[in-house]
Design a protein around this ligand. Structure first.
Ligand SMILES: NC(=O)c1ccc[n+]([C@@H]2O[C@H](COP(=O)([O-])OP(=O)(O)OC[C@H]3O[C@@H](n4cnc5c(N)ncnc54)[C@H](OP(=O)(O)O)[C@@H]3O)[C@@H](O)[C@H]2O)c1
Ligand SMILES: CC(C)=CCC[C@@H](C)[C@H]1CC[C@H]2C3=C(CC[C@]12C)[C@@]1(C)CC[C@H](O)C(C)(C)[C@@H]1CC3
Length: 615
């Protein structure tokens, strides 16, 4: 009996009949009489292939520089069925301007095998370069705003996957198709050179956060919600069942002096950010292969800020002013964030296509929210990177300190309550950890994928400092005595959460930095065709987002010191669960696109997303 080279279930590359392109397929079976393999393409198409038309995954050359063989945006719409085609060809709609006769020629030549198919494509994913691993056409999205530029350099790189294997189609016809392919590519290359700077909108169904109505609601709802929460919390009985207090008039909330103090705070942080201390590292590669440089001095900024705060306290600066004008500060920060968001949107209109975020859509409202420009910079000053960790995150710790002092003053205490000490120290640890591990921020979704717009500006500058300090704010007017045994339990919970959070993040960061790190040699991985593998044991074999689990456990430990009289201090846990469940879904979607079957395998091996045996 003749031997077979490939086993059932093996994932290989199968040549698409009539083309020189290879796609990822799974071997379903082998017929020993006809010597044909039945293979399944990623869109579900099953075909029979000869052994010569199948190659192991490893036999494909890895391309340097992470550029792509083709962009998914070039594939046809889900209803348009095509024979395999050259990756250089844009979708029909993009070629409407082409001469009718040229189109007719192409259609004419493509009259036979008509199936839906997704070629193996390398696709840049935000800042990071990852190989597009095949997904069915109906999930295709045009979310790479640089599509046209991308397509342009794809044209020259197709050869990486081209083999000289014979075709299943008659030779003469194959030659004809190739001629047409080459003619068409030349034509497209010309067309693309003209279209390079066009904006390519994402299809409406691909917009996240509920699309335009969703982001509209978030942008107006969140600030109102923030003020309501702060007002409710200031009430004697902060029950949610009580009628919410009316929002004060705007003129009562606006204080120019407060805004001045806020600006001063912001400028001090800018100054610390600009100090030439701390090492400079490179971010993940951008769509055009460039890597931006970032100076890691967040921890120094924190030390310097602590020194300034300590000196101010020593000088008798009245920090109670921040507590007594808390709503005014929140409004000042909100106004600043709106102005910043408008500035960010305006400047993004002049930004080159290559600098736009993969999340931007072409819709003004949506882009204002999600951010149009990926890494807006003024010289070397990176606005998003700065805002993500400095004024808001360090501001959160300062606000907590303000609350601790306010508690002592209002409740006439010689020392802060145990509850306040727990909340302050837990959150201090969280912020210091973030600043100490600053480099890890460079691989987060926020830096790689999302632009800098209202969402992150508001999240970083308003939501984090004024909502994340909510437990401390609550304790100022609603004291809760925590017993030592209870405190010990809460500390254990916080430490458990921290160990999971830090362990998971460090494991992944170390693995991404150096996959062959001897310290990680005991971990199992799943191979993906992007060149990056997935951890499938250790923390990442426990659940698919162990870092989120740890973060949520810590969030619970931050709320428990506030007792059980009201649900309000648990708002953070509830909000954070929703944020991370949504974030997990977004990440899952991106990973599926990046890793294809490998991700599906990972999901099979690690079935729970965040909470083991629950979700
Ligand atoms: N306090 C807050 O408000 C807040 C909000 C959000 C997030 N966070 C925290 O911020 C941290 C970062 O979160 P994040 O949302 O940016 O995402 P993350 O979980 O750190 O990163 C997700 C990425 O990790 C990689 N990955 C996923 N599974 C993997 C595996 N098995 N092996 C190796 N790599 C894998 C994938 O990217 P690649 O494969 O491309 O590397 C994936 O896109 C988390 O600890 C989170 O809890 C805090
Ligand atoms: C409410 C709205 C519109 C958005 C909220 C999002 C925003 C608050 C978060 C999005 C990404 C988050 C984040 C951190 C804080 C909260 C966000 C900005 C983070 C800085 C917290 C500390 C961590 O160690 C981290 C990994 C550096 C976090 C990065 C992501």
């Amino acid at each position: 009996m003749p031997s077979r080279k490939f086993a059932d279930g093996e994932v290989v590359r199968g040549r698409w009949p009539g083309s020189s392109l290879y796609y990822e397929v799974e071997i379903l079976s082998h017929d020993s009489t006809s010597q044909l393999y039945t293979v399944k393409y990623k869109d579900g198409t099953e075909l029979e292939l000869k052994e010569n038309d199948i190659k192991p995954l490893t036999s494909f050359r890895q391309r340097k520089g992470g550029s792509t063989s083709s962009s998914p945006s070039r594939r046809r719409g889900s209803r348009s069925r095509s024979r395999s085609r050259s990756p250089g060809r844009p979708p029909k709609s993009a070629r409407r301007s082409a001469s009718a006769s040229h189109q007719a020629n192409i259609k004419e030549a493509r009259r036979e095998v008509e199936v839906k198919l997704t070629p193996l494509i390398l696709k840049p994913f935000g800042n990071s370069i990852s190989r597009y691993n095949g997904e069915s056409e109906h999930t295709e999205r045009n979310d790479v705003p640089h599509k046209n530029t991308q397509e342009k350099f794809n044209l020259s790189q197709e050869s990486s996957y081209i083999s000289t294997q014979y075709s299943l189609r008659p030779r003469r016809e194959e030659v004809k198709l190739k001629e047409i392919d080459s003619k068409e590519e030349k034509f497209i290359a010309k067309e693309l050179a003209v279209r390079t700077f066009e904006v390519t909108p994402i299809r409406a169904k691909d917009l996240e956060f509920g699309g335009v109505p969703g982001v509209f609601l978030i942008m107006f709802g969140l600030p109102v919600f923030l003020f309501l929460l702060l007002l409710i919390c200031k009430q004697k009985d902060p029950s949610l069942l009580n009628f919410p207090p009316p929002l004060p008039a705007l003129y009562e909330l606006w204080e120019t002096r407060v805004f001045g103090v806020y600006l001063l705070w912001f400028l001090i942080q800018v100054l610390f950010y600009l100090l030439p201390i701390g090492k400079v590292v490179e971010g993940t590669p951008l769509i055009d292969g460039r890597r931006l440089k970032y100076r890691l001095n967040g921890f120094y900024a924190f030390i310097l800020t602590s020194a300034v705060i300590g000196a101010s306290l020593f000088q008798g600066v009245e920090f109670h002013y921040v507590y007594s004008h808390f709503l005014q500060f929140a409004l000042g920060a909100t106004v600043f964030c709106v102005v910043l968001s408008v500035y960010l949107y305006m400047r993004s209109l002049k930004a080159p296509q290559n600098d736009l975020s993969p999340a931007s859509s072409g819709n003004a409202v949506y882009d204002f929210f999600i951010g149009r420009e990926l890494n807006p910079r003024i010289g070397t000053f990176d606005l998003k990177y700065f805002c993500e960790l400095r004024p808001g995150l360090i501001g959160w710790v300062v606000i907590n300190l303000v609350m601790l002092l306010a508690e002592m003053k209002i409740q006439d205490r010689a020392i802060p309550s145990l509850a306040m000490i727990l909340v302050n120290s837990f959150q201090l640890l969280y912020v210091v950890d973030a600043l100490w591990n600053e480099e890890a921020l460079l691989t987060t979704m926020d830096i790689i994928h999302d632009g800098f717009g209202f969402m992150l500006a508001f999240g970083d500058l308003v939501w984090v400092p004024f909502i994340y300090s909510f437990q401390a704010f609550y304790l100022v007017s609603h004291p809760n005595e925590v017993s030592w045994p209870m405190a010990s339990l809460i500390i254990v919970l916080k430490l458990c959460g921290y160990v999971i959070f830090r362990g998971a993040n460090s494991q992944k960061n170390a693995f991404r930095k150096n996959p062959s790190d001897p310290k990680l040699a005991h971990l199992k991985t799943i191979h993906t065709s992007t060149g990056k593998n997935l951890l499938v044991s250790g923390w990442w074999g426990f659940v698919r987002h162990p870092n989120y689990l740890g973060d949520l456990i810590m969030a619970l430990a931050w709320s428990l010191p506030c007792g059980f009289n009201h649900i309000l201090p648990y708002f953070y846990v509830i909000y954070f669960t929703m944020l991370l469940v949504h974030r997990e879904a977004r990440d899952e979607y991106h990973c599926k696109k990046k890793y294809g079957v490998a991700w599906e395998k990972y999901c099979q091996r690690v079935p729970y997303r965040i909470f083991p045996y629950i979700y």
